[in-house]
Design a binder for this molecule. Sequence first.
Ligand SMILES: Nc1ncnc2c1ncn2[C@@H]1O[C@H](COP(=O)(O)OP(=O)(O)OP(=O)(O)O)[C@@H](O)[C@H]1O
Ligand SMILES: [Mg+2]
Length: 259
Amino acid sequence: MTLALDRVSHRYVTDGGEVVHAVAETNLTIPKGQFICVVGPSGCGKTTLLKILAGFVQPTGGQATLDEVPINAPAHERGVVFQQPNLYPWLSVRKNVELGLKFQRVRAEARRSRAIAQLGLVGLEQFAEQRPYELSGGMQQRAQIARVLASDPDIVLMDEPFGALDAITREQLQNDLLRIAREGGKTIFFITHSVDEAIFLGDRVLVMSPRPGRVVLDETIDISQQHGKLLEGAELRATVEFRAYRERIGGAILNQMIA
Ligand SMILES: Nc1ncnc2c1ncn2[C@@H]1O[C@H](COP(=O)(O)OP(=O)(O)OP(=O)(O)O)[C@@H](O)[C@H]1O
Ligand SMILES: [Mg+2]
């Protein structure tokens, strides 16, 4: 499952008839199982790229493909996690998680057990029968992630999914997501405004220029391999390698802002 952007660009036309050049011509190949993080200034076209990969938006130039097949519509193999949890308030957390499986016509018992297993993976098994509004924001976000992962998509597209969380919940979810991504061999396209989060999670980090967005830095991250083991959180962030990546990526963002 190779995701690719082949000379993709995008221009929106606003309701007022104004043309907004959101994404400049972009080429990108994301191999199966890669965790790719995207950072860049507000309005540079990150969400637009994600929507193109999801199949919500057709680019005005070029083509997004999955294994060389054009992406023309959303599909179960590409799950999308939004910045805000979008759960149905009238359904229990478990039934929310079952929803995607229902669309896939998975039988009721199988749905139920898969939903409960998935809620377990994000630490919510105790809350399966509660309603979303009875959960904290971070827990709702976990439930949204569980809902997307329950359908077992090969590709997960995530738009600043941890942006609204406190530091501790955020770190917890980062660790959970890394584990799930690695164990499931999933391809993850992850937008964030946090350079540290991008370096911590990503096998690869893209930095985009201001609108019209284009990739100005494409950095492979291999800190863990250099240490021969997986380091967690604070330990990893304190390494010389991590700080070097932070300087390079942070520097590229800064250059874009003053350019
Ligand atoms: N539906 C739309 N119609 C017109 N213009 C749009 C539309 N959606 C996005 N834009 C414009 O396209 C540009 C890129 O938007 P996009 O949402 O992709 O940026 P972003 O990098 O995700 O920003 P942020 O970091 O703030 O989320 C912006 O200038 C935005 O105003
Ligand atoms: Mg965005």
